[in-house]
Each structure stands twice: as C-alpha cells, then as structure tokens.
Design a binder for this molecule. Structure first.
Ligand code: FAD
Length: 291
C-alpha cells in the first residue's frame, strides 16, 4: 500500500526542524532512519501531514566519550554501534545489543535516537539505556532539556517528548573503570524482534557492586527497569548467591503475556536465566577492569 499524502521538509538546522514541527501542531513527524515510521505509513497506521527529515542536519551522528559521558548523536545508526570498539567492555550492554537488532538492512539505516523515540516495548535500545542509566537530550521550542531515561517511556509507543521536541543525543554516564555489561536476546529466528531481552550492567567499587542496572525487553507495556533486582545486587560481591537472588527478582518484575512467541511462564523463566547468564558475563568483564 502507498502512504497517504504528506509534505516533506529537509531542514538544515535543528531550529528550523523544531519550528516546522511546531507549525504542524502535532500533525508532523520527525524522520530519522525511517525503519519504523515508513512501514507504519505504508500500512496507513500513521498518516502524518508532514515529515521533517533530520538527515541533512550536521552534527547529529557523533559517537564519542567526552566530559564524563558517552555521547550518542540522534542519527547514530545501529550499524555504527555494532562496529564501534568503544561499545565493548565497560559499555558492553550497548555493544552486545547492536548486532542483535533486526538484520543488516535495518541496522544500516535505523538510529538509536529513532528507536528510543519510537518506544516500542520490543525495542532493544530501551532496555539497554535503562540498564546503563542514560539521559535523553531533546531540543524544542522551549529550548533544550535532559530527560532521565526512567522518565522517558510513558507507555507503549509513548514518550515524555512534546510534539515539537527532537532527540538530539543520548548520554551514557561513564561507568568507571571496573564495569561490564551485556545484552541477551531470545528471538524465534535471526532478525526477529525479541521474545525476551535482558540488559545488564554493573559497576564495581571497592570490590562490591556500586551500581547495578537490569532492564527487560518485550515482557511489559514498556521496556521495564527491574528496580528491586538492581537494589538487591548493589553492595554485594557479585557472587553466585547474589546473582541467583537478583535473577529471581528480575523474573518477578517481568509482566509477560502468553502469545505466539511463548507462554508467560516460559518468558519469565527466560528472564531469570538470562539475568543470571548476563550478570556472570558482566562480572567477569568488570573484574578484569572493563576489558
Ligand atoms: C523488519 C524490521 C525489524 C526490526 N527489528 C528490530 C529489533 O529486532 N529490535 C529493535 O530494537 N528494533 C527493530 N526494528 C526497529 C528499528 O530498530 C528502527 O530502526 C527503530 O525502531 C527506529 O529508528 P529509525 O531511525 O528508523 O526511526 P524512524 O522510523 O525514522 O522514526 C521512528 C519514530 O521515532 C520518531 N523519531 C525518530 N527520530 C527522532 C528524533 N531524533 N527525535 C524525535 N523523534 C524521533 C519518528 O517521528 C517516529 O515516530 C525493526 C524494524 C524493521 C523494519
């Protein structure tokens, strides 16, 4: 099916992009990689009056560490993350997720910013960013603001963004030298959305867990932060007992539904098993100094 008619804008600045969005009063959409928006338009589940294409705005595709954080520009593609050496070890939750997103065609065009703005509960980046405690930087008519990731997802396909706000970058705080993380995903076949995904991250301080991040994909109305599990792990020595108890609590935090991908009970058990496996891998990396 062809999409409904729409106007197309390719602004050269963020100000121009934001004012164009504002002019359409919620009836225009940002276009980044188009990997979610275009299929929705072709199915006529979305029929925006206008598209505001970000791809000609310079400076949105940087991926670098600076000022105590990793900065991921809104137009950084999944493929760039997959190939980045920076996203291994200490940032292993990010590097682990990137190659598991769909297939090479989608990864070539799809963006981290677009994935987060789309807020699909089956999206992989949402859980990763919850686990690493990211912040979303957005610019709009009222200026620039920073939104903690815990406040960003408000429901399925719904975020804290105002209609004329644009995500410009994602910031991941430096986890320190003794940190590690990973992302584990169960999919029916390569390239599929997750049946279950689990993102884990740990930072060690004086031999115990200083900060733990655990978040779940496809087992709730949004990506879910397993807060009780994180709290149970913090302060422990990351030993087997602590890992097992944390995994039990993560499984308890899941809100899975039975569907063609599996029963709720099965998915909950996958959360438990993946949390255990993920934490063992993260512990090994963290103890080796994030390498
Ligand atoms: C076949 C297929 C399989 C897929 N499998 C997976 C998978 O396994 N895991 C996974 O996580 N994802 C998967 N995806 C989704 C993919 O990752 C998309 O790339 C991603 O969800 C959206 O990123 P995008 O840059 O393409 O955004 P677009 O499609 O351009 O936009 C998506 C939405 O976000 C908004 N938006 C985009 N950028 C911004 C911004 N900077 N500021 C404000 N709003 C913005 C748009 O207005 C739109 O509403 C799949 C997609 C396809 C087509």
């Amino acid at each position: 099916m062809y999409p409904a008619g729409f106007e197309y804008f390719a602004p050269a600045t963020l100000e121009e992009a934001s004012s164009t969005l504002e002019r359409f009063e919620g009836e225009a959409k940002v276009l980044a990689g188009g990997q979610s928006l275009i299929p929705l338009m072709k199915l006529r589940f979305a029929a925006p009056q206008a598209l505001v294409d970000l791809n000609r705005i310079p400076g949105l595709d940087g991926l670098a560490e600076a000022d105590g954080a990793l900065h991921i520009g809104a137009l950084v593609r999944h493929k760039t993350c997959e190939r980045s050496d920076l996203l291994r070890g200490r940032y292993g939750a990010l590097g682990g997720a990137a190659p598991l997103i769909s297939d090479p065609l989608v990864r070539n065009l799809g963006t981290v910013g677009g994935s987060l703005a789309h807020a699909d509960p089956q999206g992989d980046w949402g859980s990763v960013m919850l686990a690493v405690g990211a912040k979303i930087v957005a610019v709009g008519p009222a200026g620039t603001r920073t939104i903690p990731i815990e406040e960003f997802f408000q429901g399925p396909f719904t975020t804290a963004l105002e209609p004329a706000e644009i995500v410009t970058e994602v910031q991941v705080p430096d986890p320190g030298p003794r940190a590690g993380g990973t992302y584990l995903k169960l999919e029916r076949k390569v390239g599929d959305f997750a049946t279950v995904g689990v993102a884990v991250h740990v930072s060690l301080a004086n031999g115990t867990v200083g900060r733990a991040g655990i978040a779940l994909t496809a087992v709730g109305p949004t990506n879910l932060k397993a807060t009780a599990a994180e709290e149970a792990l913090e302060g422990t020595d990351l030993g087997e007992d602590a890992i097992r108890e944390t995994a039990r609590l993560a499984a308890e935090a899941a809100e899975p539904r039975s569907d063609v991908r599996g029963s709720a009970e099965y998915k909950r058990n996958v959360v438990r098993v993946f949390t255990e496996r993920g934490l063992r891998a993260a512990a090994e990396t963290a103890r080796k100094g994030g390498r």
